[in-house]
Design a protein. Structure first.
Length: 318
C-alpha cells in the first residue's frame, strides 16, 4: 500500500482553493498561527491581519510544502468544458491560455481598424470573416494578392485570414512611414510548437518589371505574440521603402505567399521503444594496402610443388 501511495500522480488534479475568495491557490501562500493557509491577495486585504477561520493572527510564514505541490501538480485547461484536453503544470496555465484553440478570441481586424467588436471561438472566426470581412479572407497560396492605393505617405496595415490544412493563419502587412519600412509576417492561430513546424515564403514581384523579384522565407510565429513585437525585432520580411518603390505601379503592390509544413524527422527507435542514443563508437579503420616490405611475394619466385610432387612450373616461365 505504501508503494502505491508514493507513486506520482500523472493525471490532472484539482488544486486547493483559498477558503476566502475560493480561487485556486498560487504562490505565495501564507499561514496563520493555527496553520490555515490563504492566498496572497486575501492575506493582503485582511485588516486587521486576523485569520477569518480561527481569528488567530496571520503570519508571514509561507506554506512551502503546499506551494511545491501546486507547482508540480498537473491541471486541466480551464477551457476543458468546451473541448480542450490539454493538461499542464499549474505554472504553465497562463502561457497555455494565450494559445489555447478553445479560448475566446477577438476579431484580429478589430485591432487594425477598430471597427469590429466581434469575439467568439476559433471554430467560428472564418464564418465571421466570410460574413463581415470577405475581402480579407478570399486569398490563397500561390495566388497574387494586390495592395491598392499605396502611396507610402501614411501608415497602413493589411490583414488576411487564411485556411490551410484545417489550420488558420494570419498574414499581416505593415507600412511604417516612421521607419520607412514595409513588413510581412505569417502567424499560426494556435500553439507555438505547431507554428514552428511551418515556414512561410513571401514572393514580391515588381509591377514595373516582372524580372525583378524579392523572396523571403522564415518560420511562422503563433498569434500569442503581437505582430508589432515581431516587426520591432525585425524577425520577418522587411523591405525598405527605397527598394519597395521599384515594385509599385499605379499605386499597387503585388505579392504571393506560401505556407509550408516542415518534414518531420524520423526518430530511430531501439528495441525497448526508447529513442536510440547517438553512437559514439569509432569505426574500425579500413584495411591498409600492402607496404613495400610486407607485400605479396613476387609471382616469379620459386615454384610450388604440384599434385605429383613435381615442381609446378609458372606459366610466366613456360
Amino acid at each position: 500500500m505504501a508503494a502505491k501511495a508514493n507513486k506520482k500522480m500523472t493525471g490532472a488534479v484539482d488544486l486547493p482553493e483559498c477558503p476566502v475568495c475560493l480561487e485556486t491557490m498560487s504562490a505565495p501562500i501564507f499561514q496563520c498561527q493555527s496553520g490555515h493557509s490563504l492566498c496572497n491577495q486575501c492575506t493582503s486585504n485582511l485588516v486587521p491581519p486576523m485569520c477569518p477561520i480561527c481569528r488567530q493572527h496571520m503570519t508571514q510564514m509561507r506554506n512551502w510544502q503546499l506551494e511545491d505541490i501546486i507547482a508540480k501538480a498537473k491541471v486541466a485547461c480551464p477551457n476543458k468544458s468546451v473541448g480542450c484536453v490539454y493538461t499542464m503544470p499549474s505554472t504553465d496555465v497562463n502561457d497555455h491560455l494565450k494559445e489555447c484553440i478553445f479560448r475566446d478570441m477577438e476579431c484580429p481586424l478589430g485591432s487594425v481598424s477598430g471597427k469590429c467588436s466581434w469575439s467568439g471561438k476559433l471554430k467560428d472566426i472564418m464564418d465571421h470573416f466570410q460574413e463581415r470581412h470577405q475581402k480579407n479572407c478570399n486569398v490563397s497560396s500561390d495566388t497574387p494578392v494586390n495592395l491598392d492605393n499605396i502611396e507610402l505617405k501614411e501608415d497602413e496595415r493589411f490583414l488576411y485570414l487564411v485556411a490551410q490544412q484545417k489550420m488558420l493563419f494570419i498574414i499581416t502587412v505593415k507600412l511604417d512611414t516612421l521607419q520607412k519600412m514595409a513588413f510581412w509576417i505569417v502567424q499560426h492561430i494556435g500553439s507555438k510548437s505547431v507554428a514552428r513546424q511551418h515556414i512561410y515564403e513571401i514572393h514580391l514581384t515588381s509591377n514595373l518589371d516582372e524580372r525583378r523579384k524579392l523572396v523571403f522565407c522564415d518560420h511562422c510565429f503563433n498569434d500569442a505574440i503581437k505582430a508589432d513585437e515581431v516587426f520591432r525585432q525585425g524577425k520577418c520580411a522587411v523591405v525598405p521603402f527605397e527598394a519597395l518603390k521599384h515594385f509599385i505601379k499605379d499605386k499597387k503592390i503585388t505579392f504571393k505567399f506560401f505556407i509550408k509544413r516542415l518534414p518531420v524527422a524520423n526518430k530511430k527507435k531501439v528495441d525497448n521503444g526508447k529513442d536510440a542514443k547517438p553512437n559514439d563508437n569509432k569505426q574500425n579503420p579500413a584495411p591498409k594496402g600492402p607496404g613495400p616490405k610486407k607485400g605479396p611475394k613476387d609471382a616469379t619466385g620459386p615454384p610450388k610443388p604440384g599434385p605429383g610432387g613435381k615442381p609446378k612450373q609458372n606459366k610466366a616461365n613456360a
